[in-house]
Design a protein around this ligand. Structure first.
Ligand code: GTP
Ligand code: MG
Length: 324
């Protein structure tokens, strides 16, 4: 091990240097219940939440990070960690293949496209398939769903579950849905997710949609930098959650028209580079004929770009029957 100073005696928030029982309680009330949540917080956040001084807050964050062994890792350890990456089937073999076997844990997958392009349908499908055993394309785990558009529909979950011959009531019980009422609320839900992830055996975190609240709130403002900054922070929380808890994070995103693009497809995902850099896998979804949809893999660091066709039926996401 490269590091020699990793404190092994830090197991919970109250063990952190300078954090007494009282401060730990305050942190707890403010939602900082785990070392992970402290490790990804900023000093200012802890100062506000528990009245810690800046030096104490900085020390506590450092100690939390060290105890979790964050920071540099040797490549062999990284390789070990990558072996733990799980993959969740999308319901379509063609789509699974396109993205290297399914929606991966340890990173963010973004699906973007126009309305009706099947972003939410993919969320319904994976919220169910993540519950399958590994040999059937699942991760034997549960789903946490942050819903910012009020688009979660239990009826669709039931349809998908029944098609897969699963007990639909059980499947519904394993999906934990939270409505996000504004951008700040959405960010807080993501920050709180790390506790629930452990408690409820969560293997998939869905944010549908990632950007709509941010977009609505900052519309008409002279500058986009506030929005981008908030969005960036939200994405960092989600990326850490994916990496540290070995869960898959699936986010949906809308597109906007880009009048400056004269040739090719004049649409671009919201959030631009900030979302682009945070998401390891980006899929651009488009409507095709009838129930068919086209997925395009964009800018993957490890897979060739490509496209595939799948279909949306009552049963969920499936391979397209006839290949036109
Ligand atoms: P926005 O959230 O509006 O941006 O769109 P989205 O990309 O999330 O769209 P969504 O995933 O909700 O897809 C909606 C489309 O899925 C509908 O227009 C239908 O074409 C299709 N769909 C939804 N339910 C069913 C169903 O039960 N049967 C079939 N055949 N298609 C369905
Ligand atoms: Mg949707």
């Amino acid at each position: 091990m490269a590091k020699t100073e990793i404190p092994t005696d830090i197991k919970e928030v109250s063990d952190l240097p300078g954090v007494g029982t009282q401060a730990a309680e305050k942190l707890n009330t403010a939602g900082y219940k785990t070392l992970e949540s402290i490790a990804i917080a900023s000093p200012a956040e802890l100062m506000e939440a528990a009245g810690l001084g800046e030096i104490t807050a900085t020390k506590a964050i450092k100690a939390a990070r060290d105890s979790l062994d964050m920071g540099f890792e040797s490549a062999d350890k990284l390789a070990e960690k990558r072996k733990l990456i799980g993959k969740i089937t999308t319901g379509s073999k063609a789509l699974d293949e396109l993205i290297g076997g399914g929606v991966e844990s340890q990173s963010i997958t973004e699906v973007y496209g126009k309305f009706g392009s099947s972003k939410t349908q993919l969320c319904f499908e994976t919220a169910v398939t993540v519950q399958l055993p590994v040999e059937k394309g699942g991760l034997n785990g549960n789903c946490l769903w942050i819903d910012s558009e009020n688009s979660f529909r239990p009826e669709r979950i039931i349809q998908v579950a029944e098609y897969l011959k699963l007990d639909s009531q059980k499947v519904l019980k394993n999906i934990f849905v939270a409505r996000a009422y504004n951008a700040d609320h959405q960010s807080i839900l993501a920050e709180k997710a790390s506790e629930l992830v452990k408690e409820k055996n969560i293997k998939l975190v869905i944010v549908d949609s990632l950007t709509s609240q941010f977009r609505a709130e900052f519309i008409g403002r002279g500058t986009l930098s506030d929005r981008q900054q908030k969005l960036n922070k939200h994405l960092r929380v989600l990326a850490k959650l994916a990496e540290m808890s070995n869960v898959a994070v699936l986010v949906t995103n809308q597109v906007m028209d880009r009048p400056d693009i004269l040739f090719g497809d004049p649409t671009a995902p919201i959030g631009g580079n900030i979302v682009g850099h945070a998401a390891k896998t980006r899929l651009y979804l488009r409507k095709s004929k009838e129930s068919k949809r086209i997925a395009k893999l964009v800018d993957s660091p490890s897979l060739p770009d490509g496209e595939c066709i799948y279909t949306i039926t009552e049963n969920g996401v499936e391979d397209a029957k006839d290949k036109e």
